[in-house]
Ligand binder design. Structure first.
Ligand code: GDP
Ligand code: MN
Length: 394
């Protein structure tokens, strides 16, 4: 789960990581009041969406004139921001952060995440802050500094010194070395206590007053640990999530929306991946990844079906089930029931294999539904690709 910048900053403050004074607003009208409350030489108005790259996309406005704040807020609120992370559709701005501006002397990059190679938390830092770290890593990999933490021992001051010295921080600004090391310890505590999967500060700023401050903040959490943190659950913003993914979550379905037009319903993640591959091989693109799980029931199949049909881009549905734990006749019943309930006007190909596949196919064929039944994966994929977009007869 991801959270907004203003929420990340509230969490930072809670853990002793310095952030600018600021206030989140949901309506542009509130901007004037909060600008007056801040009373600072520089004001920053920032669009709050779950995507980076806002600066370049015009989502961060800076002014020295307090009277300009309401106008800037008005300009940003409700706007659809397209950044390199939002995709072409962009994200609608529903919340703003009004903040006191910082005088920037130097922008650094700092993050903490789980390194899958070592299975340990790792700090990543760079003197090249404010830029995309992927770009830094590609062009000047020597400027990306890593420090792995042994989770059994936890963060130690020497980890902090390693990072500070590797960054050349004492030469850049000696006064921030100790605050930097302290900040790393605080971030590590946040990361572990809240079961975060990533914390990123870009830029981490050395101000003209020689202090250290987190000017941006991004925190992602491990979904599997969310049940332990009601405070974090409360930060969820459903506007920032794909509506169909939210719906799928309610039924314990693993659904990821994609850009193609063949809706897929598959049991088992491996088979779902293979299914997407064969759809591509047959010349089309999958509209989604949908794993109804090894123990799919009639109800989960029906729920999956409804979700697929809600996607207006879907022009054909491919159901690919291997009956291992699940029995194929149950899936067939689920398909029949859901079809009756929602009324399918799209071509559907159902491929059943495994336990009771014969029985399942028979049920489908006798149901009177206009679904195509298949046994072979490659044939089924070719069939649905050839049929897509064609209106069903009857
Ligand atoms: P992102 O583009 O979505 O990552 O948004 P950021 O919060 O990182 O802001 C983008 C850029 O705006 C930063 O890299 C800074 O250069 C600039 N910026 C943000 N806040 C301030 C501020 O308080 N003072 C100044 N001078 N620049 C700021
Ligand atoms: Mn940033």
């Amino acid at each position: 789960m991801n959270i907004h910048e203003f929420q990340a900053k509230q969490l930072f403050a809670q853990f002793g990581v310095p952030v600018p004074k600021g206030k989140e607003i949901k309506s542009a009208r509130a901007a004037e009041k909060w600008a007056a409350a801040l009373d600072t030489p520089v004001y920053v108005v920032k669009a709050q969406i779950h995507a980076g790259g806002r600066g370049k996309a015009g989502g961060v406005k800076i002014t020295k004139n307090r009277d300009e704040v309401p106008g800037l807020a008005q300009e940003l609120m409700g706007k659809t921001l397209v950044t390199h992370q939002t995709g072409p559709k962009g994200r609608k701005v529903r919340r703003l952060l009004i903040e006191e501006g910082a005088g920037i002397d130097k922008e650094l990059y700092l993050s903490l995440l789980v390194d899958r190679d070592t299975g340990r938390p790792v700090f990543i830092a760079s003197t090249e802050g404010g830029m995309e770290i992927e770009e830094v890593a590609e062009k000047t990999p020597e400027k990306v500094i890593r420090e792995t933490i042994d989770p059994a021992v936890g963060f130690q001051a020497y980890n902090g010194r390693n990072l500070a010295f590797a960054l050349g921080l004492p030469a850049i600004e000696k006064a921030v070395v100790n605050p930097f090391i302290q900040m790393l310890g605080n971030l590590y505590r946040l990361f572990m206590e809240k079961n975060a999967s990533m914390v990123e500060i870009n830029p981490l700023v050395i101000t003209t007053e020689k202090t250290l401050i987190a000017l941006d903040g991004k925190v992602s959490f491990d979904d599997c640990a969310l049940f332990k943190h009601t405070d974090i659950q409360a930060l969820r913003d459903l506007h920032e999530e794909e509506p169909m993914e939210i719906e799928a979550g309610k039924h314990n379905l693993n659904y990821v929306k994609l850009d193609g037009d063949i809706g897929c319903m598959v049991n088992g993640a491996g088979l779902a991946m293979a299914t997407m591959d064969v759809i591509k091989l047959a010349g089309a693109e999958p509209a989604n990844f949908l794993d109804v799980g090894g123990g799919a029931t009639k109800e989960t199949v029906a729920a999956g079906f409804r979700i697929l049909l809600k996607d207006k881009k879907v022009k054909g549905i491919f159901i690919n089930i291997f009956g291992g734990i699940v029995r194929c006749e149950r899936i067939a019943n689920g398909v029949i029931e859901a079809s009756k309930e929602v009324g399918i006007k799209l071509p559907v190909v159902v491929r059943l294999q495994g336990t009771n596949a014969e029985e399942g196919r028979k049920l489908l064929l006798e149901s009177g539904l206009k679904v195509d039944v298949a046994t072979d994966l490659w044939e089924a994929a070719q069939k649905i690709v050839a049929m897509k977009g064609k209106k069903k007869k009857g």
